[in-house]
Design a protein around this ligand. Structure first.
Ligand code: PHE
Length: 458
């Protein structure tokens, strides 16, 4: 269904459908790969605790703020700011969000493409205890044809779901995929915590050593929270804009935030016991944790030789599903914008924007071994994908979230925002606390991070 005007706009079928789709957006590579990687580098349990605090006092209030804007205006991020603050420049925040969505999608699809290729490898029995997973990763990520081909395959899958629209595309697929994801996750975590030697991994993950917490750990945790919760670029404004004015807001925001956090927690519960039980260091670089170390461990799971097939397929299906329900939200932001603001058909918008993201993603696909100057970008020393992540996945979201919290706290105003909540929720649970967080705590913390980051960079 096309959604040119608010009157004939598509909408979620129920509150549960919205929560599943929004949780689908939130739960992604950021949870299952990003969170354990960050926790592994930043002290395990201590990071977990800082992360939980960051989610509660910065993530959750911004989540609610985005949903308020979306539901109130029933518009894409650009149109939403135009409507709430006409004849001002605030719409630029929405525009940056739309751009950021396409940019994140461009490299997200590259990584997600690797997961597709790993599913095929796992099913066909490639993962055995003698597999050299380092060489295998080199083959997938470092061969131009494979890297670009799988990136294309994943982008096509994403566009295909988005073409179906909100109710028949996104809602229908997340209703199947999310329960499947939870089942796989629970099965894998039961296996992981019962591995011989799992206790040490659990200790690393659950017994905090507070002395490791410093500014860097706090900043990583806040950045991770935004990426993981899909905040700062209008994904939740967009999903919120398809909520009809009957669904409660505060509990929806709480469900999505809680769900995302629970899944990240479970992912750590799978990864750390698995790593420690085989004597691996949790502090691993870049993609290697999920694409090199873990396959090695999954491959050697009993019963041999089927362990690699069963656990490898399960794990990479989990990753691919999580990635797909997120990538569709990244594309949907741009599609909703093009349909609302430019009057394009959903079909044209989905195909053109996916094609654009595919092309922009090519250097990221080639920067993992295939082309050397993209693997070590001159002057910055990191690979192109990492560079894109730093600019759009990290910096871009923090800037976006800063302006969103400032907008809701000070420009649109907490009074108007509160009315939007009370329209459906009756009263505004924890409203006083939310006001303090969105007006003071979020903007101050985010400005602090930006200043700190800029000082470190220059
Ligand atoms: N939240 C997704 C993840 O954890 C990524 C994402 C970021 C999706 C921003 C949409 C918007 O993988």
């Amino acid at each position: 269904m096309d959604v040119g005007t608010p009157q004939n706009r598509d909408s979620w079928g129920s509150k549960a459908a919205f929560i599943l789709a929004a949780a689908g957006s939130a739960v992604g590579l950021g949870n299952i790969w990003g969170f354990p990687t960050q926790a592994g580098r930043n002290g395990g349990a201590a990071f977990l605790i800082v992360y939980l605090v960051a989610v509660a006092i910065i993530g959750a209030p911004v989540m609610l703020a985005e949903l308020m804007i979306g539901r109130n205006t029933q518009r894409n991020p650009v149109g939403a700011f135009k409507r709430l603050a006409p004849n001002t420049m605030w719409w630029l925040i929405g525009a940056i969000g739309v751009l950021t969505g396409v940019m994140i999608l461009s490299f997200y699809s590259v990584i997600a493409g690797w997961t597709l290729s790993y599913i095929v490898k796992a099913v066909t029995g490639t993962f055995t205890s003698s597999t050299d997973t380092n060489a295998l990763f080199g083959q997938v990520a470092g061969t131009p044809g494979q890297a670009i081909g799988w990136h294309l395959a994943f982008m096509v899958l994403t566009a295909w779901v988005v073409l179906g629209g909100i109710r028949d595309g996104i809602e229908r697929s997340t209703k199947i995929l999310m329960p499947l994801l939870v089942i796989i996750l629970i099965l894998l975590s039961v296996r992981a915590v019962t591995l011989p030697g799992a206790g040490e991994g659990l200790g690393f993950y659950l017994k905090p050593d507070f002395s490791v917490i410093d500014g860097g750990v706090i900043i990583s945790a806040i950045g991770q929270a935004f990426f993981s919760l899909s905040l700062g670029m209008g994904a939740m404004i967009t999903y919120g804009s398809y909520l009809d004015k009957k669904q409660e807001l505060v509990s929806s925001a709480a469900w999505v935030t809680g769900f995302d956090t629970a899944i990240a927690f479970l992912a750590g519960l799978i990864i750390f016991p698995t790593l420690f039980s085989s004597g691996f260091n949790p502090d691993v670089e870049g993609p290697s944790m999920v694409f090199v170390v873990l396959p090695q461990l999954l491959s050697s799971m009993p019963p041999q030789p089927y362990g690699g097939i069963i656990f490898g397929t399960g794990f990479f299906m989990l990753l691919a599903i999580a990635a797909l329900t997120s990538s569709i939200s990244l594309l949907e932001v741009g599609v909703t914008w093009a349909v609302d603001e430019k009057g394009w058909s959903r079909r044209k918008a989905a195909l053109l924007l996916a094609a654009l993201a595919f092309v922009i993603g090519i250097p990221s696909a080639l920067g993992n071994g295939a082309v050397s100057w993209l693997t070590h970008v001159p002057g910055v020393g990191i690979d192109f994908l990492d560079l894109m992540f730093t600019i759009f996945g990290s910096f871009g979201l923090i800037v976006g979230a800063l302006f969103i919290s400032a907008f809701v706290g000070w420009k649109w105003g907490v009074g108007n925002a509160g009315d939007e909540v009370r329209a459906t929720d009756g009263s505004f649970a924890l409203g006083g606390l939310w006001v303090v967080l969105i007006r003071y705590v979020c903007p101050i913390a985010l400005v602090g991070i930006l200043v700190h980051t800029l000082l470190q960079t220059f």
